[in-house]
Design a protein around this ligand. Sequence first.
Ligand code: FAD
Length: 302
Amino acid sequence: MKFNDIKEFKNKINGKLLFDYSLQKLNWFNIGGKAEIYFRPETLKELIDFLKLYNNRGKIFILGAGSNILFDDDMFKGVVIKLGKRFSNISKLKDNVIIAGSAASDKNLSEFAKTENIGGFEFLSCIPGTIGGGIKMNSGCFNKEFKDILISVQVIDFQGQVLTIPAKKINFIYRGSNLSKEYIFLSATFKGEKKNKNLIQKETENLIYQKELAQPTKIKTGGSTFKNPINQTKKKVWQLIKESVPMDISFGDAKISEKHCNFFINTKKASSKDMKKLINFVIKNVKTKTGINLDLEIVIVK
Ligand SMILES: Cc1cc2nc3c(=O)[nH]c(=O)nc-3n(C[C@H](O)[C@H](O)[C@H](O)COP(=O)(O)OP(=O)(O)OC[C@H]3O[C@@H](n4cnc5c(N)ncnc54)[C@H](O)[C@@H]3O)c2cc1C
């Protein structure tokens, strides 16, 4: 059978390896069908052994906290890899320098930096993802992005080769970079600056307050659906959507958030198809009304 060798491998590891596994609870939209294989390695060796055995025989998708992705309703033909707990350690390496595993949450890194009196990580308290997702997306808010604090990233490619890449060799752009699509980020080193923890606490609270005022929380969403079209207009994407699209439009249970119209929400049981219809409707209407082409910020997993 197709995965007999992988079924045998499953019995030799501590990590989780499951077949025909539902992806619905693994992402913020709560949308998605099943994956042929879901793998949650607990050690680097397990990950390397798996990649070598799997040998690119199907697709590979690396999942973080699932706060920026839209899975398909149909079966994902391949493996979804989500790094296990042991990839989420955070420690101080030296003065103002922190190393964090890719599965650590942005919030935990921000908290850790605060307790160590290291500033520069406050914005991370507002992003509900992991370090891996943040590096991939060059996530950011309040005029700060991952690239501003990153020193280097340790990666493994789909063939099982581990390497360290200094940040200065990476070309980061708005919500992305030129890093290979075949890299799994394992950990990253960051640098901040010395800052009193009380001051950090105040600034963090202020950012969280501002964010909660402007954007919906505790709902099933993927965050900003589209990037701001910075090369085409000075207008923010939410302004373009507001000008071009009826705010009460819905496809099944897929709707536009009343609080922030670049956030799309699954109010109950929206399918991926519903959400994609909403996305395409908005793209078409914004293009017709303003002539501007919208680019997705959320990642549609195919
Ligand atoms: C309520 C809400 C608010 C948000 N606010 C912001 C914001 O202010 N600023 C902002 O930039 N974003 C924001 N987002 C989007 C999202 O949180 C970020 O993009 C986040 O960094 C994604 O991290 P993740 O771990 O959830 O990644 P996922 O959504 O799981 O994946 C995103 C991408 O990263 C890749 N990836 C994840 N982990 C790894 C890894 N270890 N190695 C290689 N690739 C990996 C995935 O393959 C995928 O391509 C928001 C989302 C929500 C739901």
